[in-house]
Design a protein around this ligand. Structure first.
Ligand SMILES: [Zn+2]
Length: 75
């Protein structure tokens, strides 16, 4: 399913391909590099909130740490 997200800060359209109808997660505008938390429900964008760079970086680090832990467990 294709979802189009309009960047609230620069109005650039971003095409998103979704496997599921619902999604909540970070989104980075390809044009102005602004970060947002987006929420998609039934293929429609229902929420788009500015996201601080450090929050995004931390979320990514947390996810990487979790993956590392899971890898260590299975090894
Ligand atoms: Zn933008």
């Amino acid at each position: 399913m294709q979802v189009t997200i309009k960047c609230p800060s620069c109005n650039a359209d971003s095409g998103f391909f979704l496997v599921k109808d619902n999604l909540m997660g970070p989104f980075r505008c390809w044009k102005c590099k602004a970060l947002f938390t987006i929420k998609v429900q039934k293929g429609e964008l229902v929420k788009c909130e500015p996201l601080a760079e450090e929050v995004f970086t931390k979320a990514k680090a947390d996810a990487a740490a979790k993956r590392k832990k899971a890898k260590e467990k299975s090894a």
